[in-house]
Design a protein around this ligand. Structure first.
Ligand code: C5P
Length: 241
């Protein structure tokens, strides 16, 4: 099958139905705009399973997503959408680039969740945008930007509560959205330890508590077992709901 698109963590293939695409989740891991490359054994299947479970659950709460089905453990059938070239980041606790760029101390609990828009453009290094710059670039209009912000905050409320029930703190995460054939904005991409910062509430040590891609970014080791822990807790919490 001819690839439609290959990203750092996923490959997209067309299907016989023009409204449906097949996503293959890869074990490849990259960080720092692909300057650091590696593999996380079993990551593709784990991220696919976590994303599928969360997408299915969010749908039941009225959040539209691109999820359709998982025909294999590292494969997801999704609705074809026109991806909006923005990375929508929601932060509950200061970490990562927020600390680097502002000097805020890692771990500071933010009074209100912070929503940020980054331009999806590898060549430019995915720059942080202001609201006005996003409008200037024409990636979406004012109403579209507001819808993205509202959806991101709504999803954050649901996910924060869900992860808390898994004994995990949702520090921050990145979402991507697309426009479907009906012109609706729907949640796309994935929600996984690659795209979220997740801290284990059962650990107090700041390195031991890291259950996400920061283990790879910061060479903390035990990456596979961290991803497996998230998968186990998410899937068993989904079963309890
Ligand atoms: O690096 P930064 O602190 O801005 O990342 C914020 C959140 O967005 C983190 O959870 C990170 O995993 C996620 N992210 C992502 N893909 C990117 C940039 C950030 O999933 N290209």
């Amino acid at each position: 099958m001819e690839k439609l698109y290959e990203g750092k963590a996923k490959i997209l293939y067309p299907t016989e139905d023009p409204d449906v695409l097949l996503t293959i989740f890869k074990d490849d891991a990259t960080a720092f705009n692909a300057q650091k490359k590696g593999q996380i054994q079993g990551k593709g299947a784990i991220n696919c399973a976590i994303s599928a479970a969360l997408f299915r659950w969010l749908e039941t709460l009225g959040i539209p997503t691109h999820y359709l089905d998982c025909p294999q453990n590292d494969q997801m059938l999704v609705k074809a959408v026109d991806i909006i070239p923005l990375e929508v980041v929601v932060r509950n606790i200061a970490a990562g680039s927020l600390c680097k760029q502002t000097g805020l101390k890692e771990g500071l609990v933010l009074g209100n969740p912070l929503v940020e828009f980054y331009l999806k453009d590898d060549a430019l290094g995915d720059p942080l945008l202001t609201w006005e710059r996003a409008l200037l670039l024409g990636v979406t209009d004012e109403a579209g930007l507001q819808t993205l912000k509202d959806l991101a905050l709504n999803i954050n409320q649901h996910l924060q509560r869900f992860f808390a029930q898994c004994d995990i703190t949702l520090v921050d995460f990145k979402l991507e959205f697309g426009g479907d054939r009906q012109g609706r904005i729907i949640l796309a991409d994935e929600i996984s330890p690659d795209t979220c910062r997740l801290w284990d509430n059962t650990q107090t040590d700041p390195q031991a508590r890291v259950l996400d891609k920061d283990r790879f970014r910061r060479d903390l080791g035990e990456i596979e077992s961290a991803y497996q822990t998230v998968e186990k807790r998410v899937l068993s919490q989904i079963e309890r709901l």
